[in-house]
Design a protein around this ligand. Sequence first.
Ligand code: PLP
Length: 469
Amino acid sequence: MNSDDFRQWSRHAADWGVEYRSSLRERPVRPLVEPGDIFRSIEASPPEAAEPMERIFADFEDKIVPGMTHWQHPRFFAYFPANAAPVSVVAEYLVSAMAAQCMLWQTSPAATELETRIVDWMRQALGLPEGFSGVIQDSASSATLAAVLTMRERALDWQGNKQGLAGQRRPRIYSSDQVHTSIDRAIWVSGIGEDNLVRIPVTGRFRAMDTVALEAAIAADREAGMLPAGIIASVGGTSTGGTDDVAAVAAVARRHGLYLHVDAAWAGSAMICPEFRHFWAGAELADSIVFNPHKWLGAQFDCSMQFIRQPEDLVRTLAIKPEFLKTHGRDGIINYSEWSVPLGRRFRALKLWFLLRAHGLEALRSMIRNHVAWSEGLAARLANEPDFEIVTEPMLSLFSFRHKATGDADDHNLRLVNAINDDGRLYLTQTRVDGRVAIRFQVGQFETTAEDVDTAFTVICDCARSLKG
Ligand code: PLP
C-alpha cells in the first residue's frame, strides 16, 4: 500500500466508523446468524495474488459487519459494557499508526512516561491515596495473574519461580464464590491449584465474604501446616455485583500478613464519583487493585489498570533481564514489561489521556450517575409489575430479575432471555443466583439514553407476556 492509498483507506475507514456508530440504534444488537455462516463465507485458502482494497473492504461490509455483535450499541445491556468512546478510537488509530512496542522505557520513552502520569491521574480520580504506583495491563485477568504470582512468591520467600511448587508448603488463597473466573484461572496458571483456592461463605445483600469465616479458615490452614498467601476481594462481581467489605477484609489481611488484591474490574470506574466510594472503603489498604477503564469508562479495549503498593515485589516476581533487554546506564527509569507477564506491550495510556481530556471527569461522572439512576429506575418499575421479581437489588447499575412462571422457572427465564435477544432491540444475559436462573441487566453504554432504558422495559414486558400467552 503506497502513501496515497494509505491516506485514502484510512479516511475511508474513519468515515465508515462514524457512519457505523451513528447507525447503531437501527441495527439489531446481536447478529442474526447461525454458527458457521461466516466461516463458510470466507475463502478456504489464502490468495496468491494481491486483491484490490475495494473488494477487501466490500467483503468486510458484506461478510463481517452483519456477523458482529454491536458492543457500542446504546441498548447493549448484557455482560458488562466495553465502551470505546470515539475519542479513544481516534487515539487508538494514532497508536496503530505508530505501532510502537512499549516494553522498555528505551523502546518508547513517551509511552512509558505518559503511562506513569496517567496511572497517577486515575489514582487521584478514583480517590486513592498517594503511595500507589501502577501499570496498564491488557486485561484484568493478566493483572490478577500478576497479583497471584506475587502472592505466591512472597509467601514462598521468592523460591517458587526457582524451585517450582513441588516439595513446598501449599500456598493458600482466599476469596468468595462471587469473584470472576479470572481468579480461578490465575490460581491454575500459577500452579497453586484450585484445591488451594479457599472459598469463603458470603453474607448480606452484597454477598460479602464472611470475615469471621475468613479468619477461621486462615487459622485452620496455618494449624494444618499450609501457607496462607493472599486474599482476593471483589468489588462489583460479574454475576450480580457481589461486593466484599474491603476494610474488614484488609484488617484480616493485615493481622495475618497476607497480600490483598481487589478486583474492581467493572465497578472501579464508578469510583470517580465520590458518593460510590463507600463500596470499596478500605481499598486504599490493598496491595493491589485492578479496574478496567475498557469497561465502563470509555477507553477502547484493551486497557486494564493495576494499582500496586509495592511494585518492587511485582518486579521481583516477573522481571527477567537477558542482555538484549538491558538498558545500560539508565537508572530511575521504569521498564513496564517487568511489571507484567507479556514482554511486548501496546501503548495504552494514550487513549486514556485523550479520553480524560476530551470528556473531563465531570462529564464521565454524570454518565455513570445516569446509568446508576436509570438502572435503579428500571428495577423499581419491574418490581412493581405483578409477574416480575427482583432477584438481586441494584449494585451500581447492575441488578437481576426473574419472570414468575408456573412451570420450570429456569427454563422459562432462559427462553425469555432468548426471546428478548432474538427480538433484536436489546441484548441481555443470564446468570444463576443460589442455583436458579436470573436475568442480568446493566446499564453502561456511552450512548444509552433514558429512552433506551424505557424501550428495555417495554421489550422485556412484551416478550415475557407473549411467552406466557
Ligand atoms: N473481574 C471482573 C469483576 C469482571 O467482570 C471481568 C470481566 O468481565 C474480569 C475480571 C476479567 O476482565 P478481563 O476481560 O479484562 O480479563
